[in-house]
Design a protein around this ligand. Structure first.
Ligand code: HEC
Length: 270
């Protein structure tokens, strides 16, 4: 009869052997930098999607759902081209564009509107679209359709594979922490995976309907918070808590004790 005894009392973050600590700390440092860069990148790309700095629900709608009411044509007419042509022509052009800029109407009417208001420049000045040509006009009337299915599938699988890897290793390190209540540890370990799924699902849902954009924010905040918590607790326990000379016992076995399994009790193995 073999006896299972509570052993490996060093198996916890503060008492972990130094080489393993170096490995864990090195990994956490690089991942911490990576997460900060990811945050910055989100701010710089998605954050500016609606033209204003800072990440908002609008940015997410703009990136995934698109902006079905606004084409290059419309935003130019509301911006730099505001003073060109008559206000009536602008209304007509916008109405036609929102109708899908059908060619039939171009032939009968819109070609003339552009000739009267725009072609004195657009048709003469090189390098800007020639509005005598339907194709040139048409290319300005495309609406922002948001993310394509191809880009969504690509980004989704990269995220799911890549990020779950990061969370797995980070969570593995954190699982050796001491003094964190058992329920909290389990919840924090589960959080990033759950919110990762919420995040990725929210992109697809937002592509379909703009009302789901807030889910993306919740997903992002959720796993940022969970990983920040794991990061700081792990670092604190390895770098600071380790200095008090206390032995914290096997962090994984402590969990079994919480189940009422007494490891000191002799038992039969196999
Ligand atoms: C006085 C000359 C002038 C007139 C008239 C004019 N435009 Fe322009 N337009 C420009 C110039 C120059 C540019 C390029 C510079 C810029 O993008 O601001 C431009 C750019 C544009 C663009 C963006 C082109 C691109 O490739 O991104 C659109 C769309 C546009 N104009 C629409 C119109 C429409 C519609 C009218 C008529 C109601 C009109 N413009 C009348 C001079 C003119």
């Amino acid at each position: 009869m073999k006896t299972l005894r509570s052993n490996m009392v060093w198996l916890n973050l503060p008492n972990m052997p130094t080489p393993v600590k170096v490995l864990f700390i090195g990994y956490l440092l690089v991942i911490g930098l990576g997460l900060a860069m990811a945050g910055l990148q989100i701010m710089l790309t998605h954050g500016m999607a609606d033209g204003k700095p800072g990440l908002s629900v609008d940015d997410i709608v703009y990136s995934y759902y698109g902006d079905k009411n606004s084409s290059k044509m419309e935003s130019m007419l509301n911006g730099p081209m505001k003073t060109m042509g008559t206000p009536e022509s602008h209304l007509e052009i916008i109405k036609w564009v929102r109708n899908g800029s059908p060619q039939a109407e171009w032939d009968t009417h819109m070609k003339a509107v552009f000739s009267q208001n725009c072609t004195q420049c657009h048709g003469v000045i090189p390098g800007i679209p020639d509005f005598n040509k339907f194709d040139d006009v048409k290319s300005m009337t495309k609406v922002n359709e948001g993310a394509t299915i191809q880009s969504l599938t690509r980004v989704s699988h990269i995220h799911l594979f890549g990020i779950s890897f990061i969370f797995f290793i980070m969570g593995f390190i954190f699982s050796f922490s001491v003094g964190v209540p058992r329920w909290l540890k389990i919840v924090v370990l589960m959080f990033p995976f759950g919110f990762l799924i919420v995040d990725v699902a929210s992109w697809w849902l937002t592509k379909w309907s703009p009302h789901f954009a807030w889910l993306t924010i919740i997903g992002g905040i959720g796993y940022s918070l969970a990983s920040t918590f794991m990061w700081f607790v792990s670092m604190y326990e390895m770098l600071i808590l380790s200095r008090n000379g206390k032995i914290y016992n096997n962090a994984w076995e402590n969990d079994m004790l919480a189940w009422g399994i007494d490891l000191d009790e002799p038992r039969e193995e196999g």
